[in-house]
Write a protein that binds this ligand. Structure first.
Ligand code: WTA
Length: 647
């Protein structure tokens, strides 16, 4: 993040204490949870696990911490689907709405807990019928339809681990993830609705499955009604399998450390990491955070998280956290600007949404669309609003506060990662005085510290964010690569988890997140590694060399800027190259701009100088270029950048 931004953040003096009216009904108003957790964080988590989760057999040890490997609630057994479904039905809440689903074209489905349970039981039997057993991996590549939730819970019910791949990823990205996990079954759809059109998924899945020998069956949900080809023996329609499936499937207890899911995320190399999450600790963490961070009152609240199930936010705060807490939630299939720029606000008014959770990039887009859009609808049902995925700038925070929160909703800016499983740093809405742009403090039970380059604790000022204690939802490793796990997260600062984020502590001890400090970009809240995009570019036959940087962008947080050197005599235009990246990774990884250059700036030892390229991309004056092998390359690039911004 640019120095000017850090300076601006430090000038931010506004404070927003929770209102008396909010505190009156809030679950937490004082510091008692913090005090309890500070005294003994293991005992604190143990109490949460006991109170919030139903266990089949109790655990014998709260945490087995063998740095950097942790196990939580060792020896305990439970079933995640039981916790998300059966226990609510058994308690007489079967008729409570679990999901108000809104399709993009305007079709809707209302699904109660009893109905969701019955669908999950059937689908669990479908999976078993396809030969799925405990410990298998299942890939899911679906639009935002209720079947995505059903598929995930059915896996959990029978002890198979799911690996959900965001529907916007390419067939190549899907194939890589299937192969890394050796998944047995792929669950997909014919297509889904997006911006008024059907986007096909099955053809992409077909292309992927052509190179995934482990896939034995493909289950296809009918949603888009687009034409697809079905391969006899391998491909099956979801609705046909469901029609003949046995309706009863008991939830079997799983070991607390049974693998619940893999979720792939970008690291600093070209190969995405399969982040491993397990059962008891993860469920405890997401149930606890979903309840207290959003001040959830399940009897009266209508919760809505706008994430896609393909990302960790969808896993933890659409599927597992809310359902474990017995919440009623909205799930929306499509984009925020179909048919008009007020679609989200119309949905809030229609369902009386009380808790709304979205991303800063979305908020900045809403700002561009104008205040008249939310003003068209009655948003008075809202009482807590949240943000996740990237640092929220104070202007966006204030806009969110005024135009969506109408000045009286606490904002919870929640910092966490795919790896942490659940929220780590966030206000508690009834207890914390917020400051626009600050995620405030580590939650009770979480140990966070800022350290300097040498690993010394910083009590005021900037540095690197680290986590000091193990926590229940923490990743258990990287699938198939324990060394990479140690190296990536635990080697930079011995004994500490290194998140890869810069952070700053102000005079009052508030934490301000400053963005990634590694080669991972954050584009619209999605993590993409520079190396991944570089490999995609270099895989084009015309490209000799590529360097990719994330440059500050007013809407998407960062934008992907690529510098490309072509092979001698080769020609390719920018659009074709951008499309090539989309085909390799997915549309989210398309560079915003590609500069063609005969040379890339390198140090004398041959390393590409990314910092310098970022400065060029952001139009900054260049600092010291004395280590540069050929300074004229940079002058040339600056001229082009200046020219293209005038175009
Ligand atoms: C960034 C998303 C600032 C951060 C849940 C982190 C944030 C990465 C915030 C993880 C926030 C997420 N403030 N930065 N509130 N939330 N980030 O794995 O850089 O997709 O490391 O998980 O997003 O992204 P991931």
């Amino acid at each position: 993040m640019a120095d000017e931004t850090i300076e601006a953040l430090l000038l931010e003096q506004r404070k927003f204490p929770p209102s008396a009216a909010f505190k009156k009904n809030a679950l937490v108003v004082g510091t008692h949870l913090y005090d309890e957790a500070n005294a003994d964080y293991e005992a604190f988590w143990s109490r949460q696990a006991e109170e919030l989760v139903s266990w089949s057999t109790p655990w014998s040890q709260t945490c087995d911490w063998n740095l950097p490997f942790s196990k939580w609630f060792v020896g305990g057994t439970l079933n995640v689907a039981y916790n998300c479904l059966d226990r609510h039905v058994e308690a007489g809440r079967g008729n409570k709405v679990a999901i108000h689903w809104e399709g993009e074209p305007g079709d809707t489905r209302t699904i109660t807990y009893a109905e969701l349970l019955s669908e999950v039981e059937r689908f669990s039997n479908v999976l078993r019928g396809l030969g799925v057993v405990r410990g298998d991996r299942i890939n899911i590549y679906l639009p935002m339809i209720p079947e995505a939730v059903v598929a995930m819970l059915a896996c959990a019910r029978i002890g198979a681990a799911h690996s959900v791949v965001f529907g916007g990823f390419s067939s190549q990205a899907l194939a890589d993830r299937i192969n890394d996990a050796s998944a047995k079954v792929l669950i997909t759809a014919d297509g889904g609705w997006r911006r008024g059109d059907v986007f096909p998924l099955k053809p992409q899945a077909d292309e992927a499955v052509a190179s995934t020998p482990s896939i034995e069956h493909v289950v296809v949900v009918k949603r888009g009604n687009n034409d697809v080809s079905m391969k006899a023996g391998r491909d099956h329609w979801y609705h046909e399998l469901m029609a003949t499936a046995d309706p009863k499937c008991a939830a079997e207890p799983m070991d607390s450390e049974q693998l619940l899911f893999l979720l792939y995320t970008s690291g600093t190399t070209g190969k995405p990491k399969g982040i491993m999450h397990t059962t008891g600790g993860y469920l405890t963490h997401v149930t606890y955070t979903h309840k207290y961070v959003f001040d959830l009152h399940p009897e009266t609240d209508v919760y809505w998280c706008t994430a896609d199930v393909g990302w960790v936010t969808g896993h933890s705060y659409i599927v597992y956290g809310p359902l474990s807490n017995g919440a009623t939630q909205v799930i929306y299939e499509g984009v925020p600007n179909f048919p008009g720029n007020d679609r989200l606000w119309s949905i809030i008014a229609k369902y009386g949404v009380t808790i709304f959770y979205t991303a800063p990039t979305a908020i900045r887009t809403f700002m561009k669309w104008g205040t008249q859009e939310p003003a068209k609808h009655d948003l008075s049902s809202l009482r807590v609003i949240g943000s996740v995925g990237e640092p929220i700038n104070p202007e966006a925070w204030m806009w969110y506060h005024e135009h969506i929160g109408r000045g009286n909703c606490p904002i919870v800016d929640t910092w966490w990662q795919t790896e942490t499983g659940g929220i780590m740093i966030s206000p508690l809405p009834g207890a914390t005085t917020t400051k626009p742009g600050s995620a405030t403090f580590a939650l009770p039970g979480v140990g966070a510290e800022v350290v300097d380059e040498a690993g010394n604790t910083v009590t005021k000022g900037g540095g690197y964010l680290t986590l000091t204690n193990p926590w229940p939802g923490m990743l258990r490793g990287i699938w198939g690569d324990p060394e990479r796990y140690k190296e990536t997260y635990w080697s930079r600062f011995p004994g500490r988890y290194f998140a890869g984020d810069g952070a700053k502590l102000d005079d009052d001890g508030y934490l301000w997140l400053l963005g990634r400090v590694d080669d991972v970009m954050n584009v619209s809240g999605h993590r993409i590694s520079t190396t991944e995009v570089e490999s995609a570019l270099v895989s084009h036959p015309s490209v000799a060399e590529a360097a990719v940087v994330g440059a500050n962008d007013a809407t998407t947080g960062q934008a992907i800027i690529a510098y490309v050197t072509l092979r001698g005599g080769a020609e390719v235009n920018e659009t074709d190259l951008r499309n090539h990246v989309a085909k390799e990774i997915g549309a989210i990884a398309k560079p915003k701009t590609i500069y063609f250059t005969p040379d890339l700036p390198k140090t004398r030892s041959g390393k590409i100088m990314r910092r310098l390229l970022r400065d060029v991309a952001e139009g900054r004056n260049l600092g010291d270029t004395t280590t540069l092998a050929d300074a004229s390359v940079v002058t040339e690039l600056q001229n082009r950048a200046a020219q293209s911004s005038e175009d």
